[in-house]
Design a protein around this ligand. Structure first.
Ligand code: SF4
Ligand code: SF4
Length: 302
């Protein structure tokens, strides 16, 4: 990795940080990449600079608030071309948890060219370093240098092999355990989850570029259809921005009574509701609400 940033020049690449209305969470993690040796960007042949004129790579945090927009865009213009831009954290990438606020003008790629995105709220320093390495690779490529190896994982950059216990990465969805209650969509602060009704069933989409890794969806999902992985290093190029999704479809099945299509009741929900299931519970679970009502009334009359 030592050769990535120095492939065509002995001069370290200047890193210039712009805060576009961030809560400072991402800025604290950026500070770690500057101040803590094991995250040191110097190993990549880069260095932080206070001067926009000396920069080759711009690191933007924050959702780009309306209040600071013009100032930020004019500051950005002070960084000479060619430059490579990294959006650090979900705020500049998608607006994150602030995406629907009247005070937010972003995401930043509405106004300037973003090359690399580093999701997270905030991203770990290792993920930011991976994003910087990717940006340096792009910059060197633009200078006509030798083809460069792609950035390695953040964990290898920091020398850290394991993810600390309890640290969440991107969420995973299991459609076969989903009952389609849409509670996860309701509680998601980042608006990262969307359900769409389709002929085949209910389509679930989770956009990782708006996910804060907060875990609320997993917490409220009674059937365990959502779980957290340890994949927190998600730095990627801009062309992959809208490909970073988790998807699944809950297929409709015919009611065993009348044939009307319905979302199936997964065994996970029956276990939550009844602890122990039996053949009668399973039979009723395969009926639509109307048929179940008729069966219940018939059962009472009998
Ligand atoms: S994933 Fe869980 S919370 Fe979301 S709709 Fe499915 S069952 Fe409900
Ligand atoms: S962890 Fe779940 S609830 Fe939290 S932002 Fe991500 S998708 Fe939304």
């Amino acid at each position: 990795m030592d050769t990535v940033c120095n492939a065509t020049s002995d001069e370290p690449l200047g890193l210039y940080r712009i805060n576009a209305g961030s809560c400072n969470g991402c800025d604290v993690e950026l500070a770690a990449t500057a101040a803590i040796a094991r995250f040191g960007v110097e190993r990549l042949g880069c260095r932080y600079t206070e001067s926009p004129e000396e920069a080759a790579i711009v690191l933007i945090t924050g959702p780009l608030t309306v209040r600071v927009r013009e100032k930020i865009l004019s500051l950005y213009d002070e960084v000479p071309e060619p430059k490579v831009t990294v959006a650090v954290g979900i705020c500049p990438v998608s607006g994150g948890v602030f995406r629907d606020s009247y005070a937010v003008a972003g995401p930043v790629d509405r106004y300037l060219t973003v090359d690399v995105n580093v999701p997270g709220c905030p991203p770990r320093p290792q993920a930011i370093v991976a994003g910087i390495a990717e940006a340096a690779t792009i910059w060197k490529g633009q200078q006509g240098g030798e083809p460069l190896q792609r950035a390695e994982t953040a964990a290898s950059l920091s020398g850290e092999g394991a993810t600390p216990a309890g640290l969440r990465g991107k969420m995973r969805y299991n459609a076969s355990a989903c009952v389609g209650c849409r509670m996860c969509e309701h509680v998601c602060a980042g608006g990262a989850i969307l359900f769409n009704e389709e002929e085949a069933g209910l389509r679930f989409t989770l956009w990782h570029n708006s996910c804060a890794f907060c875990g609320l969806c997993r917490h409220y999902c009674r059937t365990g259809a959502l779980s957290a992985t340890e994949e927190w290093q998600l730095a990627h190029r801009q062309e992959d921005k809208y490909r970073l999704v988790e998807e699944g479809v809950v297929p409709r099945v015919p009611c065993t009574g009348c044939g009307v299509p319905l979302l199936p009741v997964p065994p996970e929900l029956l276990r939550v509701a009844f602890r122990e299931t039996n053949r009668e519970i399973s039979r009723l679970a395969a009926l639509c609400p109307e048929c179940r009502q008729k069966e219940s009334i018939g059962g009472i009359r009998r």
